[in-house]
Design a protein around this ligand. Sequence first.
Ligand code: HEC
Length: 134
Amino acid sequence: MKNLFLTIFSLVFIAGILTITTGFKTETVQKEVNPENLLTIPDSVNKVLKDKCFDCHHSGSESMKAKMKLKLDKLPTLSKRKLISKLDGIAESVEEKDMPPEKFLKKYPEHALTDDESKILIDWANNAADELMK
Ligand code: HEC
């Protein structure tokens, strides 16, 4: 009976230590990659990105080309310099109506950005880039 109690106690103790150490590790990695939490994405922006851009531009995307240029899920892990350049790219591609790609919109016109959505993305990307350069 005493042994059983000791075994259970040790298991719980080890599990606790593991949780604390792995938790600590992920936190430090996150801090190293993104020390000041450089990016906040307001809900309105997040919704547009999710509806109109995310499918092609995330780590698990089937489009290698789109993934190479922009992985939206990785934005918060980028360095300040890279983040500014990605934000500028987003503002520019939307301003120039390069994104979403024309070919894709021919097939799926409902995925085009509305004027409001374009403005939301451009304003956010420009302001966020300006903030980072201060
Ligand atoms: C149907 C898939 C698809 C969708 C949807 C899409 N993109 Fe793209 N995007 C691509 C591809 C493919 C490329 C690479 C084009 C190339 O290399 O010529 C790209 C490139 C880019 C680039 C890099 C441009 C450059 O020249 O470096 C940016 C920035 C970008 N997309 C932003 C967006 C934004 C913002 C949205 C949403 C409004 C969006 N994309 C929606 C497929 C997509």
